[in-house]
Design a protein around this ligand. Sequence first.
Ligand SMILES: [Zn+2]
Length: 277
Amino acid sequence: MNCPICGSQAELAFSARGFPISDCSICRHRFVDFPVDENFIREVYSDAYFTGGGAGYADYLADAEILRERGRYYARLASRYVTNKKLLDVGAAAGFVLQGFVDEGWQGSGIEINKTMARYAREKLNLTVFTGSFENFQGKGEFSLISMIQVVAHFYDLKAAFQNAHSLLSKNGVLLIETWNFRSITARIFGRKWHEYSPPSVLHWFSPESLTGVLSKFGFVKIAQGRPKKVISGRHARSLLHYLLGKRFFPVLKLIPDRIRIIYPAEDLFWALYRKK
Ligand SMILES: [Zn+2]
């Protein structure tokens, strides 16, 4: 496959879980060298992703309060850069992050590919969450903020997604992205065993620098950057560790309580804000 960003030839870097991972020879973008489409992604984000553990969530709904707090954190952060509080949350899942924005006075809607999660957001939280992929989202524009929290690594068509974000934002609108940094110290230490090398749910890898380079091609300029404090539940940590370490550690992992909050150092996670030019 050629680079999904610039179309240049790519070279195989290594394989992870049976999928080839390639680097673009020109722009250095790293991606899964395997064609995926909307149907493929819908399968990856079936209900099992949110409830079955593994690379996804042991129980996404149980992490509601943590996700809602994260929404509030980003709502306060983004408020400093916008003139009105009108949000589109991409990859909204069950709507908890969006609910955090609403708590902070934002008017928001979301888009989510998993229909069970989107329905939960509509029926239980009374939020406007559309079902579908963002690449094909036909919504009307004029959002002052589009948030992509842990989403950009999962787009099956990055170009369509960033073009769509640009056209849906109002003049001077802001794009908020939180994603993993494959050039971080943590990623370098773990090498191929880094937790984010988990295709086919993860399809692209970025660093703050590479993401800024990619977005400049789509008419965005970076205005702020930082690192979030990541809080995860004991249940989620146990599921991830079980997945990474295998069954034989289960007796030890069983000792991690469900409801405990683990503050994750997040050296390999970052957020950045981009202004539409
Ligand atoms: Zn490229």
